[in-house]
Design a protein around this ligand. Sequence first.
Ligand code: KG4
Ligand code: ZN
Length: 342
Amino acid sequence: MRTLGIETSCDETAAAIVDDGRIVHSNVIASQIDIHAAYGGVVPEIAARSHIEVILPVIEQAIREAKTSWDEIDAIAVTAGPGLLGSLMVGTLTASTLAITKKKPIYAVNHIVAHTFANFLIDNEPRFPLLALSVSGGHTHLLLFESPLKYRLLGATRDDAAGEAFDKVAKMMGLPYPGGPSIGKAALAGNEHAFKLPRAKLPNTYEFSFSGLKTATLRALQEIVGRDFHTPSSELPKLLTDNQRNDMAASFQRTVCETLASRLREAYDEFQPASMVIAGGVAANSRLREEVSKQLPVKLTYAPISYCTDNAAMIASMGYFLAEAGLATDPYKLHADPSLAI
Ligand code: KG4
Ligand code: ZN
């Protein structure tokens, strides 16, 4: 079964052609990172407008690169949420219009859950029960899958997502957006034990919290420079030396990675899954991968970075499983839901 996947939940316009939920024929991603970098984060209105400009060329390119045609496409899968409303609307409206005009069934996909399906696109397909940590700029969710479509949420973040914390702390220190890769790079030259940052104490739960860590990092930076800025300020980064910035980047990264890995370890011990995966943009972090292999007794396989960060191949993959289960959506009723529940 050949599926066209469409993803526009945040700042990537993406389309992909995937067979049987596993074989990727094309995976086209038009990133808006350069546009938003000037603002230090994603600007929703600009994101929606950029999606409108490129969505049709991106879909055409995905079809062309896969050397296929509309006649051979059996279904369309699209991200219905969660994400930015304006961005999601561009994807869902485009997808439902195509479904109606091309007479194809359409499948509404949950973006957070779909991140896990990146791991069906590589060798070593995960087995069930499957424990999945979906961790990116918009979400930090721990999920337990009994089968591809039978899953439950063990815990999520109470406030900031891990990637969001990376982005905000990077901005505080004057490092470029997106913060994850720039903190990762700065951390390579830093001492990760230079600063002891606090961890949220959330006993007997699989929830996360990163907002306290973000505030503590700001306080520690203020202490270093000897000035008390009430909010993150553009002055603060100018007062930091490269060494201080690198040490803080490394210490912050260590704290986030240790927190994520220890929660994963607790869930692993309780549920004894047959497989485990980490998905989403933060899964690209090599320090996180190192910490997970230190704390967990199993070796994880990771999807390549182009499948970890936002993409449409994972959407097409989950769409295939929805199609197998006969869970098509009426294209006239499909709508974007910014806070779509798991
Ligand atoms: O999955 P994704 O592309 O989009 C969302 O659904 O949010 O994830 C983007 C997030 C950003 O917050 C970015 O800073 C973070 O993933 N990220 C990383 C790395 N690469 C991307 N965080 C830590 N280390 C990385 N290497
Ligand atoms: Zn994502």
